[in-house]
Design a protein around this ligand. Structure first.
Ligand SMILES: Nc1ncnc2c1ncn2[C@@H]1O[C@H](COP(=O)(O)OP(=O)(O)O)[C@@H](O)[C@H]1O
Ligand SMILES: [Mg+2]
Length: 338
């Protein structure tokens, strides 16, 4: 990709913003490490770039596109008006502008963001997914008899383990009803209740459109959580560093025999295509003690910070961070959005 290509780095802003907003302070914080790492790398690679934080004002984006005329947009927007469930709408808007951008197209984001749609598509193709039921708002909350305990209850359209805590894991109808009610009230969206899958927790990074590159699987390891206790990625498990230390939780490369690693890689590539993902993504799986691979979730445009699983695994696959960022730009530039 020519070095003179102009890049517009586009990211979330929690509140209304302006074209001139200075993000220097935000960029020093842990919450902004993805944006900071990407920008530092674009600089290092010599790309001319400008930045824009987006809240809920597409007019601002139109203005920026007119004045700056970027060749590629580096898209890190995951919200619109603070709504995570609106991510696909801003991606559709980018598609309508006709300017190349990085990451997944609106269709893939739409299919993956709704945790029930992705599972329905994959189960049609005989890929093992947890049994589940969606509990819409404003209807009587009742567990279908076929859905057996233990059950994990999540918001239907969130990410990053928002709304997932120890109380999401339920073993009685009373707890089930209470947690679903909590999700409706707190998150203002349907809940999805899933069969809880016992097993190892794996994350597989993939990038590309037609020919895909997979990265070695990462695993969330729970050193200090007793084997017979539920082990899953609550919000605290993911983001509270003291809590992680206390329970001996760490992410590392998964030790898998070569045959299993190949099976996982093949399955993830299939999932990526079936869910119409392009750009780059991370697929979350569980591997049961019987050696069954179960799909949990696909995340188009996963967090790109250099110390997060996606980038760490990319490096092991021969894409050190600057090369990874360059490759993501290249893929974005050549993606046909249809
Ligand atoms: N059906 C399930 N069985 C076991 N664990 C699950 C299941 N669904 C989710 N989890 C656990 O909860 C975590 C978050 O769920 P996920 O669907 O990936 O939501 P998010 O989009 O918030 O990351 C997973 O990483 C996994 O640890
Ligand atoms: Mg997840």
């Amino acid at each position: 990709m020519p070095k003179r290509d102009k890049i517009l780095v586009l990211f979330d802003s929690a509140g209304p913003t302006t074209l001139e907003h200075d993000y220097t302070d935000e960029l020093q914080t842990e919450d902004w490490k993805t944006e900071a790492h990407v920008m530092a790398t674009l600089k290092e690679l010599g790309y001319p770039y400008e930045i824009l934080g987006l809240h809920d004002d597409t007019d601002l984006l139109r203005q920026k596109l007119t004045t700056f005329e970027p060749d590629v947009i580096f898209n890190m927007v995951e919200h619109f008006g603070n709504l995570s469930s609106a991510e696909h709408k801003i991606t559709s808007f980018l598609e309508l502008q006709g300017i190349p951008f990085t990451g997944c197209s609106a269709v893939g984001i739409t299919l993956c963001k709704n945790k029930s749609i992705a599972k329905k598509i994959l189960s049609y193709h005989r890929i093992r997914v947890p049994d589940f039921v969606v509990l819409p708002m404003g209807r009587k909350i009742k567990r279908p008899k076929r859905l057996r305990f233990p059950i994990l209850i999540k918001p239907l359209k969130e990410e990053a383990s928002y709304g997932i805590s120890q109380a999401s894991f339920v073993e009685s109808d009373d707890d089930f009803n209470e947690r679903v009610k909590f999700i409706h009230e707190k998150f203002d969206q349907p809940a999805i209740a899933e069969e809880y899958i016992v097993g190892r927790e794996l994350y597989v990074g993939i990038m590309g459109n037609h020919r895909l590159q997979t990265f070695p699987a990462r695993e969330m390891i729970f050193h200090e959580v007793p084997e017979d206790e539920p082990r899953f990625a609550t919000f605290k498990v993911k983001w509270d560093y003291d809590y992680r230390e206390r329970w001996g939780i760490e992410n590392d490369f998964a030790e898998l025999d070569a045959d299993m690693a190949r099976r996982i890689e093949k399955l993830c590539k299939r999932i990526y295509h079936l869910l119409l993902i392009d750009g780059y993504a991370r697929i979350d799986l569980r591997l049961t003690p019987e050696g069954e691979i179960v799909f949990i979730e696909a995340n188009p445009n996963p967090m790109l910070a250099s110390d997060e699983d996606f980038a760490v695994a990319a490096e092991k696959a021969g894409f050190p961070y600057p090369r990874l960022i360059q490759r993501i730009l290249q893929i974005g530039k050549t993606t046909i959005r249809d």
